[in-house]
Write a protein that binds this ligand. Structure first.
Ligand SMILES: [Zn+2]
Ligand SMILES: [Zn+2]
Length: 173
């Protein structure tokens, strides 16, 4: 699936528009691959390109779901990532210091790398499949969202665990 071209925008024509001209590009894709490593489902959002005096203002607001592993129960789930950022592309390299980026001479902007980067920044340090995920049982390893194994939270305390195992040990003969 070659969806990546959708984020490669030909913006050359906007240079010839008057200052203040704005073009909105809606994005709505069931799937997108952002090279090298980010696959997203339900990718949607908006790219707004505005003609400024000395460059183009590119505003990006997108979101999509990637597969992540829950930090508590280890089950894969759809983690929503989002990005909301603005890039400035100067018309000439001279102005690049001010803007940060220079518009490529061919008028083609590939937004995929910056969108990927910004989306990855929104990836949580510990993804959780749902706020009330109960995680894995520390005693038997069952997914406590799915199985009522009967082990109590007290089992988490290692000191209690030792006492319990001492009590349960059969008397030595
Ligand atoms: Zn979970
Ligand atoms: Zn258990």
């Amino acid at each position: 699936m070659n969806t990546i071209n959708l984020l490669r925008l030909n913006v050359g024509f906007i240079i010839h528009e008057t200052v203040g001209y704005t073009r909105d590009i809606p994005l709505d894709l069931p799937f997108i691959h952002l090279p090298p490593d980010l696959d997203l489902e339900n990718f949607s959002g908006m790219v707004r390109i505005s003609r400024a005096q000395q460059g183009l203002v590119v505003q990006v607001q997108v979101k999509g779901d990637t597969t992540a592993q829950c930090g508590r129960c280890l089950v894969d789930f759809g983690q929503q990532l989002s990005a909301d950022f603005t890039d400035l592309y100067a018309f000439t390299p001279k102005l690049a210091d001010e803007f940060g980026l220079v518009l490529p001479e061919n008028g083609q902007l590939d937004l995929a790398p910056s969108i990927r980067e910004e989306l990855l920044l929104s990836f949580p340090i510990t993804p959780v499949c749902r706020p009330d995920c109960k995680g894995l049982c520390v005693v038997c390893g069952e997914n406590r969202n799915e199985v009522e194994c009967g082990h109590t939270q007290e089992s988490i305390d290692p000191r209690l665990e030792i006492l319990k195992s001492l009590k349960e040990e059969p008397p030595e003969d």
